[in-house]
Design a protein around this ligand. Structure first.
Ligand code: HEC
Ligand code: HEC
Length: 246
C-alpha cells in the first residue's frame, strides 16, 4: 500500500513537472520565431545564417558539419564546451559576452549578433529546443501559411503599395515593433558600421524594401518564414514612413 501511495505521489510529481516544461516549450515555440530567420530545426533543417539546432543539448559547441563558425565558438568547442540547458540560457543572453567569459579572452566574439534579453524567453526557448519537438513536429522549413500557393517571387510581384496603406499610422506602428524586435541588431545606429549598410529609405521604392525583407539578399536574412506578408508590408510602411530613423 505504501508503495502504491509513493508511486502515485511520484507519478503526480512527474506529471506536473512534465506539464510545466510542456508549457515552457509551448511558449518557447513563439520565442523561436525570433531565431527562425537564421536557424532551422526539424528533419529537413538546413544551415542558414546560423547552424541547424537539432539535438542541441549534449552537442559540442560549434560542431555542425559544413557550417562556417567563427573562431571563438570553435575554440570553445575545443576547450570542451558542450551545450547544456544552463549554458544555452547563458549563451543566448549575450553570445559575445559568453564567449569572452568562457575563453577568458576579451578579444573573443560571437558571430551571432542576436541577444535574447528576457530570462523567461531564454528558459522557454531552451525548453522548446530540448523537447522532442526538434525531431518531429516542428519542421520549420514548412511555410507558415500552407494555403499559400504562390512562389516567393510571385508574392513579391503581387505587392502594390498605395499612399493610403503607407500613411496608415497602424501600419507604421506595427512595422516599428518588428523593426525593434528583429532588425536593430544589424541595422540601427548602434549596429553601424559593420553588420549592415545604413538604410537610405528615401532612395527605395516600397516594392524594393518588401522584396529585400521578404526574400533576403546575401547577408540580409529572408523573413518570409518568420513574418506574414502583412507583417512585412507593415515593416515597409515603417521604413518608408515619416519618423523612421535608420
Ligand atoms: C541574426 C541571425 C541569428 C539569430 C536571429 C539567432 N542566431 Fe543563433 N547563431 C547565429 C550565428 C551566425 C551563429 C554561429 C555563431 C558563431 O559562429 O560564433 C549562431 C549560433 C547559435 C548557437 C550555437 C550553435 C552551435 O552549433 O554551437 C545556438 C545554440 C544558437 N545560435 C541559438 C539561437 C537561438 C535559440 C536564437 C533565437 C532566440 C538564435 N540563435 C538567434 C545567428 C543567429
Ligand atoms: C543579420 C543581420 C541583419 C538583420 C537581422 C537584418 N538585416 Fe537587413 N540587411 C543586412 C545586410 C548585410 C544587408 C545588405 C545586403 C547586401 O546588399 O549585400 C541588408 C539589407 C537590407 C535592405 C536593403 C538595403 C539596400 O540599400 O539595399 C533592407 C531594406 C533591409 N536590410 C531591411 C531589414 C529589415 C526590415 C530587417 C528586420 C526585419 C532586417 N533588414 C534585418 C543585414 C541584416
Amino acid at each position: 500500500m505504501l508503495k502504491l501511495v509513493s508511486l502515485i505521489a511520484a507519478l503526480g510529481l512527474f506529471i506536473s513537472a512534465g506539464a510545466a516544461s510542456a508549457q515552457n516549450a509551448e511558449a518557447g515555440a513563439a520565442v523561436f520565431k525570433k531565431c527562425k530567420a537564421c536557424h532551422q530545426i526539424g528533419p529537413n533543417a538546413e544551415n542558414k545564417l546560423g547552424p541547424t539546432l537539432n539535438d542541441l543539448v549534449g552537442r559540442a559547441a560549434g560542431s555542425v558539419e559544413d557550417f562556417k563558425y567563427g573562431d571563438s565558438i570553435l575554440a570553445a568547442g575545443e576547450k570542451g564546451l558542450v551545450w547544456s540547458t544552463e549554458e544555452l540560457a547563458n549563451y543566448l543572453e549575450d553570445p559575445t559576452k559568453y564567449m569572452r567569459a568562457y575563453l577568458d579572452d576579451n578579444s573573443a566574439r560571437s558571430a551571432m549578433s542576436f541577444k535574447l534579453k528576457k530570462e523567461q524567453d531564454r528558459l522557454d526557448v531552451v525548453a522548446y529546443l530540448t523537447t522532442a519537438v526538434t525531431a518531429e513536429a516542428a519542421d520549420t522549413t514548412a511555410p507558415e501559411t500552407p494555403a499559400e500557393t504562390r512562389t516567393i517571387d510571385e508574392i513579391i510581384a503581387d505587392q502594390v503599395f498605395t499612399a493610403e496603406f503607407l500613411e496608415d499610422p497602424a501600419n507604421f506602428a506595427a512595422g516599428k515593433d518588428v523593426w525593434f524586435a528583429q532588425c536593430t541588431h544589424c541595422h540601427g545606429y548602434k549596429a553601424y558600421p559593420g553588420k549592415a549598410p545604413k538604410l537610405k529609405p528615401a532612395k527605395y521604392k516600397p516594392e524594393f524594401v518588401f522584396k529585400r525583407v521578404y526574400k533576403g539578399f546575401k547577408k540580409m536574412p529572408a523573413w518570409n518564414e518568420v513574418y506574414t506578408i502583412d507583417e512585412v508590408r507593415q515593416v515597409v510602411a515603417y521604413i518608408k514612413g515619416q519618423g523612421f530613423a535608420p
